[in-house]
Design a protein around this ligand. Structure first.
Ligand code: UTP
Length: 407
């Protein structure tokens, strides 16, 4: 794109400052910057005009399948799930495109070593968990790994270096998610270098459209996949492609399912499953009013008592139906690296601006139905978000030990 056209585009969005260093750049850097600006979708910045506005519909309770019922029916569910897995109908998608800023490591989160007496990497823990099912079903489960521009190279080489922690590499497929520009609090896109915009991955809901862009939906279908289990990189105890969960969703005739845990407090900071205007949805903890916290369902139990743990099962047919829908962009406050007046890179220790993210909860809301499926918290939920304290390396280590995992 010509300089004049780029200038016009920037003017339209009030982002002319992005060419501040243009004149001092080399020819290569000039071209790089112009191309990046040409490729950037600045329409995402419109989300700033709606920041803080809640577009929520009418929230009502959704029935969850609870542990007692699951225990009673687990043999039957396991049989249904294992049959689907053996037929090659179940794939897993690891969401590993996030920046993990709260953990504060420069490496991708999955490379973090939580071991004490020996190295135990987060990626390794996840593969070990998946291997339990591979061994039970006697077949490999296709594993799609979503990375981003920021961590793809490091992730791919780390996995290769560690020989994929024993997984069959023919069943591992990497793909990159889309990026979005990041801004300061005034809505000005930041520069990360004189010839590069500050960008960040566009959230954890763009994974299926990124698979489609990379032709991996076709790959999945060629392999016979009908169900996709997505899971977060940071829960080191989670069960992946869990046959009982898969079986329960299939057996109940659902198009999607969400693993949930019983909340420890009514104001716990997790999203809770609900219905919104009669469709499955998630009410985020910051949208939880006192009224919702104290509401009871027909059994007299707290009505919004099951928190999501970012482990969902989707029917691929249903994903195809919704993939072209534009999901809402959420404005999220984050720490965004940028260059200062002197052109030096600053890595802020506190949030300094906004990122634009699509969230998986909006995908759930597009589903015809969804089965909230309770799991035992101490056995399946050990997220690593922070270095210390709640949901940290320390708390996850404790939970691993309780579950007999040597670290
Ligand atoms: P988080 O919401 O914890 O975000 O992601 P994060 O970026 O990893 O961490 P912080 O907030 O900067 O500390 C939950 C899951 O969604 C994935 C993450 O990798 C993690 O598995 N994710 C998040 C993506 O794959 N892409 C994104 O753009 C955001």
């Amino acid at each position: 794109m010509e300089l004049s056209t780029v200038k016009e585009k920037l003017e339209k969005y009030g982002q002319q400052h992005l060419l501040k260093y243009y004149d001092e750049l080399s020819d290569d850097s000039k071209t790089k910057l112009l191309n990046e600006i040409a490729d950037t979708d600045f329409d995402v910045l419109n989300a700033l005009n709606h920041k803080g506005e809640s577009k929520r519909g009418v929230i009502s309770p959704i029935g969850s399948m609870e542990i007692d019922e699951i225990n009673e029916k687990s043999d039957a569910f396991r049989t249904v799930g294992l049959e689907a897995i053996k037929r090659g109908e179940v794939a897993a998608v690891l969401l590993a495109g996030g920046m993990g800023t709260r953990l504060g490591s420069d490496d991708p989160k999955g490379m973090y070593n939580i071991g004490i007496t020996k190295p135990v990497y987060i990626f390794q823990r996840l593969i070990e968990n998946l291997m339990d099912v591979v061994n039970e079903a006697s077949c490999y489960i296709p594993l799609f790994v979503m990375t981003s521009d920021k961590n793809n190279e490091a992730t791919v080489s780390f996995m290769k270096e560690h020989d994929y922690f024993g997984y069959n590499k023919d069943y591992i497929f990497f793909f990159k998610q889309e990026m979005a520009p990041a801004t300061d609090y005034e809505g000005h896109v930041l520069l990360e270098a004189k010839d590069k915009l500050s960008t960040s991955p566009n959230g954890n809901a763009g994974w299926y459209s990124s698979m489609v862009k990379n032709g991996l939906d076709k790959k999945a279908k060629e392999l016979g996949v009908k169900w996709i289990n997505i899971f977060a990189v940071d829960n080191v105890l989670q069960r992946i492609a869990d046959p009982v969960f898969v079986g329960a969703v299939i057996d109940g005739g659902f198009v999607s399912g969400a693993k949930v845990v019983r909340k420890v407090a009514k104001d716990e900071k997790v999203g809770a499953m609900c219905l919104e205007d009669g469709k499955p949805s998630i009410v985020e903890y910051y949208d939880m009013t006192e009224e919702l916290m104290d509401a009871k369902n027909e059994k007299g139990d707290p009505a919004y008592n099951f928190g999501v743990i970012l482990n969902y099962l989707f029917s691929i047919d249903e994903l195809d139906e919704i993939v072209r829908k534009k999901l809402e962009l959420h404005v999220v406050e984050k720490k965004i690296p940028y260059i200062d007046e002197n052109g030096n890179l600053v890595k802020p220790s506190e949030p300094n601006g906004y990122k634009f993210e699509q969230l998986v909860l909006d995908m759930i809301h597009e589903m015809k139905n969804c089965l909230p499926f309770e799991v035992v918290r101490e056995k399946e939920f050990a997220p690593i978000k922070n270095k210390e304290g709640v949901d940290s390396v320390e708390s996850a280590r404790e939970l691993c030990k309780k579950n007999g995992i040597e670290l």
